[in-house]
Write a protein that binds this ligand. Sequence first.
Ligand code: ATP
Ligand code: MG
Length: 473
Amino acid sequence: MKNNALKHPIFKIISQSAEALGIDAYVIGGFVRDFILKRGQHKDIDIVAIGSGIDLARQVAKNIPNHPKVQIFKTYGTAMLRYEDIEVEFVGARKESYTEESRNPIVENGTLEDDQNRRDFTINAMALDLNPSRFGDLLDPFDGLKDLDAKLIRTPLDPDITYSDDPLRMMRAIRFATQLNFTIENASLIAISKNKDRIKIITKERIVVELNKILESEVPSIGFLLLEQTGLLDYILPELVALKGIDEKEGQRHKDNFYHTLEVVDNIAQNTDDLWLRWAALLHDIGKAPTKKFSKKVGWTFHGHEFEGSKMVYRLFKRLKMPLNEKMKFVQKLVLMSSRPIALAQDVTDSAVRRLVFDAGDYVDDLMILCEADITTKNPRKFKKYHNNFKLVRDKIIEVEERDQIRNFQPPISGEEIMAAFGLKPSREIGTIKERIKEAILEGEIPNEHKAAYDLMLEEGKRLGLTQVIASD
Ligand code: ATP
Ligand code: MG
């Protein structure tokens, strides 16, 4: 195994460079873990030097034929260089001690053991020796290998101290459990629950990096269930926690929208890798908590939850310092429209499909993916029926699109043309005529063509009491 791991020529170069400087160096962390797990080539390699990581990086760059640039991060005492498609990070072995207020420790030079002690998990603390005489030897002081085998996330030292020192590790534990489908050992889970409020000292940006990695995993619900179970979700996404629970009144119950949401996210993860579409699935029902009502007549309702939800998306993105750009607008729009195809699937008419395509524009395909993922009924007959109906909607979308080209609707008659036809200045009538033409096309009264639209314009102008100006050449 070990020599295979270090097949890439970069490792020989690092090994020789370290020897030239008379220091020891090791590969550590994610690269070692992912190699043993056969997760494919890990693109960032972490090197620990027992000495200066910056000096080692400079020496390595000298020994690479095209002498890549070394980026130096003075404050952290680290250095980075690129070799082909690989990013190599160099750090001197450290010993760390933490203070109460910050996740930034006091750092001193240390031994390899000191450095392994400060690593977050046993499976991330394994190192491979690069010293020429011990090339490839595995240094695994905390039985990380055994934990890889048992699929266990465990901290090298006391979990209570590990998570309290750097609360980001709580997010990382849950993220790795999700990505690797591992179990977090019980002592860790207890320590995370105990230290959950320390998550407040972590920047939103770093939390979101981990959230995104959870969402990008094969089964994202693993992570969200752990976040919920440990209480971290209350701090990070209280909007989701608010969806938890089933209320019953006068014998009427509604479904638990938290677990429903997680099912939708797992479903959509099978059909798309798009992070933002996955975010839309995660947030598609958040408006249900504030809009929930019970009435004797109709039971439980969530009127307007899509609109409320889309407004909440903005506030949530802002709070988490996520981008307030077109990605956020995409999520908002999908949340806003998330019930449309379902309603439509009851009765698939041409005009309803045209309206859906008109309103959703380029998002219509993503919206269909979301809505199919939203089918979580456990009743096999209904499950089949809904999917069949969606198949009909999809077919009709294609049909309507080929015929009417509604997706990025451009009115077949322009305002200028209307003004010219009736000798008008800009006025309210132009808007009225345009709206009438758009409605007629969406309703299927006329095809989306110039001639038909022109005739309708004349008719509508007459109704409004306008007189046609005869064009004179
Ligand atoms: P991935 O690259 O898939 O995120 P990784 O394990 O390589 O996984 P990195 O964030 O690249 O994770 O960090 C590299 C190594 O640094 C880890 O394997 C771990 O040993 C150590 N490490 C990173 N973050 C922490 C932390 N917050 N506390 C302790 N050790 C950490
Ligand atoms: Mg890494």
